[in-house]
Design a binder for this molecule. Sequence first.
Ligand SMILES: [Cu+2]
Length: 222
Amino acid sequence: MSISQQFNPIHLLRVFDSKTYVERIDLIFWAAVGAASWVLLWHLAALARIWFLERGTGAFTHLESHKGPNYVAWLSLPSIVVVLLFWLGYRTNLDGLVAPADAYDIQVLSERGAWAFTYPTGKLSRVDLVVPVARPVRLIMSSKDAIHGLSIPELRLQQLAIPGRYSTIWFNIPSQRSLSTRCTEGCDARTNTEPKVVAVDESHFDAWLATNQRLASAAPVK
Ligand SMILES: [Cu+2]
């Protein structure tokens, strides 16, 4: 491998593509925190220098870094960082919004203080959102009363359910898990249910789907 291949910035972006949605969101978050901390530290260092070393000398008004190539570097390098962060965030956000074509669709409706999950077979769950593992699942969301927000913190996902329109999110949970949810629009457990997202393997899922209970409880998974 040549040096130019090793240090190709496009190659770095492809490494980013290979990460999961959660890893990408977290990476962007910490990169933004890191960039902001760096800027803050530089400002504090510059202020300290002016305060302790250059106070009264007039040096600040003649800073060499405010001229010529230095000036261009100070403007362009942070701009590149900001544009890169924006691009990674934009791409990741789009990937989180646009589901794969083969996604499994579940209708999600908020109605009188409860979430109702309707499956393609017609099965209705008012307790938990049971989904198959290792398969893209798309939620098609709406609300019959007020605006609610379904947040699944462990998946770094949040979407609003709005009366009179549809919104979607999608996810793919790789292993059997049970994830908690929150309403992001001010509900708590007294005013709206907080269903669990329960990911079960395909055979469990099919068996659960085949039961005809209207008030289905989730398959027993830790
Ligand atoms: Cu709510």
